[in-house]
Write a protein that binds this ligand. Structure first.
Ligand SMILES: *[C@@H]1O[C@H](CO)[C@@H](O)[C@H](O)[C@H]1NC(C)=O
Ligand SMILES: *[C@@H]1O[C@H](CO)[C@@H](O)[C@H](O)[C@H]1NC(C)=O
Ligand SMILES: *[C@@H]1O[C@H](CO)[C@@H](O)[C@H](O)[C@H]1NC(C)=O
Ligand SMILES: *[C@@H]1O[C@H](CO)[C@@H](O)[C@H](O)[C@H]1NC(C)=O
Ligand SMILES: *[C@@H]1O[C@H](CO)[C@@H](O)[C@H](O)[C@H]1NC(C)=O
Ligand SMILES: *[C@@H]1O[C@H](CO)[C@@H](O)[C@H](O)[C@H]1NC(C)=O
Length: 500
């Protein structure tokens, strides 16, 4: 409150606006935003040679706080970077615009909504460059639907978009594009067909796509791309279906078009692939899996079919079982298929029945994000996408009560939203690692996670995560072209260092 008053008195204040902290007793604070106030982050500015800039967040209360420092002389005790040993290229970071996101954002007034979207997409926010857009409804909708529910002929060529597209998705996509100073990459995820196309005549449950609709399902997905294009939104990529493996879960409630792996291979090889390549979408990135890490070995089996593989550009990985599936599985996959890019396409916390869906201000959940992102980036993933970019206080709406957490939680009844630690953690990567940044080698540290990149503007970005409770002496990084960075790293913190 105090800060708001100061800003009203001093309208010419420059620089970022601080977090308006609120503590819900979950370990750390959220930053509260309203129509009148929202914290901002200092834009990235090229530093003069010899100095670096440091953005820090920690459990105690820093939220992408900016400081600067100067390089010093080498001490011989530093982690050394090696620019010559390079790895993968960054594709991007982002989150999904589901119907639930739209319901929450449209529940806010225009100014508050603008603050929320600016927080994600603008230069004074965390500068996401990717948005995942489900094709039609998902479990994060207010009811189950397909685009053909009103059409008894099921003509995939002739459907129109839903009111959800016009009211809850397209306006937000357009606004995000206006606020961003980069080109946003939109990723469509094939989601749910008409019930009648599935063997169990239901959106959820254990139903497979009927053979006679294999081509119709492709036409349905491409029609979605056409209709969005008519509205001015062009897609960068498409996934071959969200979490197809759900079809094997006995009580699956999430809408899913099921395939066996073998039949999915056939569908991509004989229907989806050739249709896309022979359409105006020939350059669209086709991304397989869009499902859990533990399924990579099954995908490897599918990839033995070269006719299947030739239509693929990359593989989308969801994080939900990462705690029990070693990251080595990803590295092994990359070794066998280095020509397919890897991308995290969905993640969120609060999915287990023994935990709260939403835990306002949790630092543990933020650290889970950071740990998984760094593990993934150290093992060839080109980026990482969150699930819903905003949900309500219950972690919804979701018509099947699949409530989960989100980096931004909206309390529409009083026009507020809360930026959680997870939001700032995403920012430590998304804001400073533009598309086409390249990872390079840096020495390992026994207590910290450290990862380094060269940006397309030749800047260097280094991210350091401290989860450790052990004492570690002053932290040092050495770059032979610049000298040594000597800095303090606070407990339970994440730091992003940038220099040119
Ligand atoms: C779809 O629309 C086209 C053009 O309006 C029309 O010629 C065609 O008959 C329609 N198809 C179906 C199955 O309704
Ligand atoms: C898979 O495809 C075969 C034909 O190739 C078909 O007989 C079988 O029913 C399909 N299985 C499922 C579960 O769709
Ligand atoms: C591509 O589409 C054209 C018509 O649009 C058709 O004549 C041709 O056979 C198609 N090619 C393939 C490989 O499907
Ligand atoms: C959400 O807003 C309502 C209405 O103003 C208020 O009573 C409630 O305490 C708020 N909830 C949180 C978690 O801030
Ligand atoms: C980055 O460095 C390379 C090699 O030193 C140079 O050719 C290129 O122009 C630089 N790019 C930018 C954006 O400064
Ligand atoms: C990381 O945090 C711990 C406290 O949890 C602190 O003792 C340690 O010094 C920090 N690490 C570094 C490298 O500063």
């Amino acid at each position: 409150m105090r800060l708001v008053v100061i800003l009203l008195v001093l309208p010419f204040v420059v620089g970022s606006q601080d977090c308006d902290h609120r503590d819900f007793n979950n370990g750390a604070t959220v930053c509260v935003c309203t129509a009148d106030y929202c914290d901002t982050i200092d834009p990235v500015e090229k530093q003069p040679e010899g100095s670096y800039v440091l953005y820090t967040s920690n459990k105690r209360g820093h939220r992408l706080t900016k400081t600067t420092g100067n390089f010093g002389k080498a001490s011989g005790k530093a982690l050394t970077i090696n620019r010559l040993k390079t790895y993968q290229e960054i594709i991007g970071f982002g989150g999904a615009f589901t119907d639930a996101v739209g319901v929450n954002l449209m529940g806010l007034n225009e100014k508050a909504r603008e603050h929320l979207l600016r927080s994600y997409f603008s230069e004074d926010g965390i500068e996401y460059n990717m948005v995942r857009v489900p094709i039609g409804g998902t479990d994060f909708s207010t009811y189950g639907y397909s685009y053909l529910d009103q059409d008894p002929t099921f003509s995939a060529e002739n459907y129109t978009l839903s009111k959800e597209d016009f009211e809850l998705k397209l306006p937000l996509i357009k606004a995000a594009e206006r606020m961003s100073n980069k080109k946003l990459d939109f990723l469509a995820s094939a989601w749910i067909s008409p019930k009648e196309w599935k063997t169990n005549n239901d959106y959820a449950g254990s139903g497979f796509l009927k053979q006679e609709y294999y081509q119709a399902w492709v036409d349905y997905c491409l029609r979605f791309l056409d209709l969005y294009k008519e509205q001015g939104v062009e897609f960068w990529g498409i996934t071959t279906g969200n979490e197809l493996s759900l079809v094997l879960a006995p009580f699956n409630r999430i809408p899913t078009v099921g395939f066996t792996p073998k039949n999915h291979t056939k569908w991509v090889r004989d229907n989806l692939g050739p249709t896309i390549k022979n359409s105006s979408y020939a350059d669209l990135k086709v991304i397989a899996l869009d499902d859990q890490r533990f399924l990579l070995p099954i995908l490897e089996k599918q990839l033995e079919d070269q006719e299947f593989k030739k239509y693929l550009d990359g593989v989308g990985i969801h994080w939900y079982w990462d705690m029990i599936v070693p990251i080595k599985w990803v590295a092994n996959f990359h070794e066998k298929h280095p020509d397919l890019f890897l991308l995290g396409t969905e993640a969120c916390r609060g999915t287990f029945i023994f935990e709260d869906a939403v835990k306002l201000g949790s630092w543990d959940r933020a650290e889970d994000y950071a740990t998984d992102i760094i593990d993934d980036l150290e093992n060839w993933l080109g980026g990482w996408m969150d699930w819903n970019v905003a949900l309500d206080l219950t972690g919804g709406p979701t018509y099947i009560n699949n409530n989960v957490d989100s980096p931004i939680i909206v309390n529409a009844t009083n026009g507020e939203f809360f930026k959680q630690p997870m939001f700032y953690i995403m920012g430590h990567f998304s804001k400073f690692l533009p598309k086409q940044s390249i990872r390079f080698d840096i020495d390992k540290h026994e207590n910290l996670k450290v990862i380094a990149f060269q940006r397309p503007d030749n800047g260097t970005t280094i991210v350091v995560l401290n989860k450790s409770n052990n004492y570690v002496e002053a932290f040092r990084i050495y770059d032979e072209d610049r000298g040594e960075i000597l800095m303090d790293i606070s407990p339970r913190s994440i730091s992003t260092i940038l220099y040119w």
